[in-house]
Design a protein around this ligand. Structure first.
Ligand SMILES: [Zn+2]
Length: 245
């Protein structure tokens, strides 16, 4: 019987978690190395992208999230298309479709469509806008970590692209049977879809997390300094400059 403790345990315990990165697909632990903009860090075992720094991530994410929010009411409440069959016209918007589905008894389907096409995409855009706005103006309030976590959990639940495929299928199936007029809601919906996808792609999650953690550490330092009666500048972090002298 071997009574010796496993020799790997102390080595694992000694690992500084701030210096390693874990592959989200295969859990391989790798040393964290700096990655320049335009480069990509991939897992050597499964090929998953681990880091891909984005250029001007905060400003671009903020601009696209704001664009999405501005387009949102037009995409949801304006008519998407008008179908004309033998003089009979019928047009509708996304919100009306959800209400009609609910009224016809398919309440579960109506609820799923409302959640994945209206509610979750709107919450995602709002979260992304609030997070990137806070980071841009260096306002690291305590709820930022919660907002970021909520965004990541909701990231898989927005399904605007699935709804877009549904619209395309309708157009392909109906264009032989009816005259289709494309309304302003369709173009706003395409713009919303592009802004939502673009904002997710432009968001550099690693940089966002790093800024949030740095901001939280700075807030703690400031709270400690305030408790001791020291003044500081929230924009330039003047306290740190004083401490270095
Ligand atoms: Zn991997």
């Amino acid at each position: 019987m071997n009574s010796e403790a496993p020799t790997t345990t102390p080595a694992v315990a000694d690992i500084d978690i701030n210096q390693v990165i874990a592959c989200p697909d295969c859990d391989l632990l790798l040393e964290k190395i700096p990655v320049a903009t335009g480069e990509k860090l991939c897992c050597p075992r499964c090929g998953e992208t681990l880091r891909e720094p984005k250029t001007d991530s905060i400003n671009r994410t903020l601009a696209l999230a704001l664009t999405g929010l501005l387009l949102f009411p037009f995409a949801i409440f304006m008519p998407i298309m008008t179908l004309n069959t033998m003089g009979l016209e019928n047009s509708g918007n996304i919100f009306d479709e959800v209400i009609m589905t609910w009224d016809t008894g398919y309440r579960f389907i109506a609820l799923i469509v409302a959640l994945t096409t209206i509610i979750f995409p709107l919450i995602k855009l709002l979260l992304l806008f609030l997070i990137s706005l806070s980071l841009k103006f260096k306002r690291y309030h305590n709820s930022l970590r919660l907002l970021m976590r909520s965004y990541i959990h909701l990231d898989e639940w927005g399904m605007l692209e699935v709804f877009m495929i549904g619209i395309l299928v309708t157009i392909i199936k109906m264009h032989h049977m009816a005259t289709i007029q494309y309304d302003v809601g369709l173009f706003c919906f395409i713009g919303l879809l592009a802004a939502a996808l673009g904002s997710s792609l432009m968001m550099d999650k690693d940089e966002f997390w790093k800024l949030i953690e740095n901001g939280e550490r700075r807030n703690q330092r400031h709270r400690g300094a305030e408790a001791e009666g020291t003044k500081f500048c929230s924009n330039t972090d003047f306290l740190e400059q004083v401490a270095k002298k």
